[in-house]
Design a protein around this ligand. Structure first.
Ligand code: V4E
Length: 243
């Protein structure tokens, strides 16, 4: 049976671009009981603990994640993380800055559902059932998912304790995923077009204050989840240097 088209009501693509978009710069790290002590010593303020369930979506052929695009639903809201343009807006001038930047990831985070749908259509237009279709729907109406052939490929719950270094705009999260993986992250959110290098510098200073000495990227929750649950796809992402 043919599925209905995807309609984009009352919205024009150029009007959407740039809305509700920021760049998330972050560095993951392994934490231990000592990390809490270190956070207290550097004046980090605990801003709370919360639990959330993430569902990640892709086509059965993994067309999104193979392009380093990560679509998820968290607490009822849609989010799309995509790579930033080449260079990502940072201007590392020293060897130390290059090294520090290599430990971090930078992703555009898009939270406007119509804009998410536009970007997905752009990537998936050749495989959508109705190529000439338009998008547009409410958070409740999820028929667009099946029209774009998107299915949930990963879901897990995270318990997160968050801290801020208020004067720096730095957030530190300590995550415990329900599949038994613990990971911390130091994060700075930069408005689109903002100073990514300044964010990288703040993250490096925070990492030094916390005594984070590792010179290898620490795996995120999804790395570990995919390794365990979708090993073939994980291997593809590794060889494509996406993970
Ligand atoms: C961007 C990305 C994925 C989406 C999940 O991103 P992540 O920041 O790991 O999740 P989380 O729960 O900490 O999100 P937040 O609450 O901070 O928004 S899954 C894989 N990637 C790419 C990626 C990568 N290549 N390398 C590392 C170390 N992490 C993520």
């Amino acid at each position: 049976m043919k599925k209905g088209g995807l309609k984009l009501h009352h919205l024009h693509a150029p009007a959407l671009l740039g809305q509700e978009m920021s760049v998330e710069v972050e560095r993951k790290f392994s934490y231990s009981a000592d990390t809490l002590k270190a956070l207290e010593e550097i004046g980090a303020v605990c801003v709370g603990q919360r639990q959330f369930h993430d569902q990640y979506f892709d086509t059965p052929q993994f067309d999104l994640t193979l392009r380093d695009m990560w679509l998820r639903k968290r607490k009822g809201f849609w989010e799309l993380k995509c790579p930033t343009a080449a260079g990502g807006g940072a201007e590392e001038t020293s060897g130390a800055q290059v090294k520090a930047a290599a430990l971090c990831t930078r992703y555009k985070e898009i939270t406007s559902l119509p804009e998410i749908q536009l970007r997905l259509m752009d990537v998936l237009k050749d495989i959508c059932e109705d190529r000439h279709s338009e998008t547009g729907s409410s958070h409740q109406d999820e028929s667009w998912l099946s029209k774009m052939n998107l299915v949930c490929f990963a879901e897990f719950t995270t318990m997160r304790q968050s801290f801020t270094l208020e004067e720096d705009g730095v957030q530190i999260d300590l995550d415990q995923a329900d599949f038994g993986y613990y990971v911390g992250e130091v994060e700075v959110v930069v408005p689109e077009g903002g100073d990514v290098q300044a964010a990288l510098d703040k993250i490096e200073i925070t990492a030094q204050k916390l005594g984070l000495t590792g010179d290898q990227r620490v795996e995120g929750k999804m790395n570990v989840y995919l390794k365990r649950n979708h090993p073939e796809h994980y291997a593809k992402l590794l060889s494509a240097h996406i993970l």
